[in-house]
Design a protein around this ligand. Sequence first.
Ligand SMILES: [Mn+2]
Length: 350
Amino acid sequence: MNVTRIVHRWRLRPIVAKKIARLCHSGKKQDLFLIGVPFSGGQPRKGVEEGPVRLRKQGLVRKIEKLGYKITDFGEMTVPHIENHNISRERVKNSVECGTVAKKLAQEIAKATQEGKLSLTIGGDHSIAVGSVFGHASVTRNLGLLWVDAHMDINSPATTKTGNIHGMPLSMLIEGIPEFPSLPGYEWCSPCLSPRDIAYIGLRDVEPQERDICKHLGIAAYTIDDVDKDGIGVIIEKALEKINPDGNRPIHVSYDIDSLDPKETPSTGTPVRGGLTLDEGIYIAQIVAQSGCLSGIDVVEFNPAIGTEEEVLKTAQNTMKLIQILLGLESHLKEAPLPPVDDSEASSGL
Ligand SMILES: [Mn+2]
């Protein structure tokens, strides 16, 4: 592990005590709406549709129940079977299928949120977040969004190079995207968040046009370099400060497991080396959980068809760990503390 990372991890600035104190679980069983979205049409690699079922086989529901939630389990959503991929005028792939799935998910998430349930959406590729975030925002005023990802996912149909919708969800959700053409399948969807409502963590594979859009809109974006420089504690605090300065906004977390280093989550479609360590990924989840403001979660891009059985198992275990921590499980960091910082080493510039 990178020495800078270790040093910074142990210089975590304490998070404001009042935020820590506002714990999610105050004795009463919280209602949780669980929905699997076995969908892969937002990107080209088959297998990501198997993610939700694989996590269930690894005991996901039992683990959530053990945390004290009352689960309303939707099961796996029915998704269209894609035979002939449709390509729009802008060369966007499968927009009708992606839009149909997202719309259905939006309706289910809106209903669950309306009923006061915390929603947990298991993907599936990241295109489904158009539905979960839109559904959540449609019945929740003042929603903030934390996007944990190696990628910005903010290409519009006009700027995409690949035509894959899993690289575009934010462009459909945010106000102010320039030249957004209409996209078949997404007629129901319109921007529901302002650029001020969003923060990224974990970025390291950003296309120039995405960087330009993000800069133009003034979205808070924290890259892996920022995490290396300032430490994950400072970065998560900054991100939450941007989207939730008073600590009273409901927060949606869209967690792409490719934000983690491929060593931690190898079974994913677009891995990028140099990602978050598992401890950093967990720390993000822990702080968000402790904010007491979490009201919607997506966990996406686990592809059990990628990698050896050992790699798939590791990815499933780490993905479930993130979910459990987001839902309030106390971090394992407390059980296995790392050694203290050696200041002489730190000041020598290593
Ligand atoms: Mn993503």
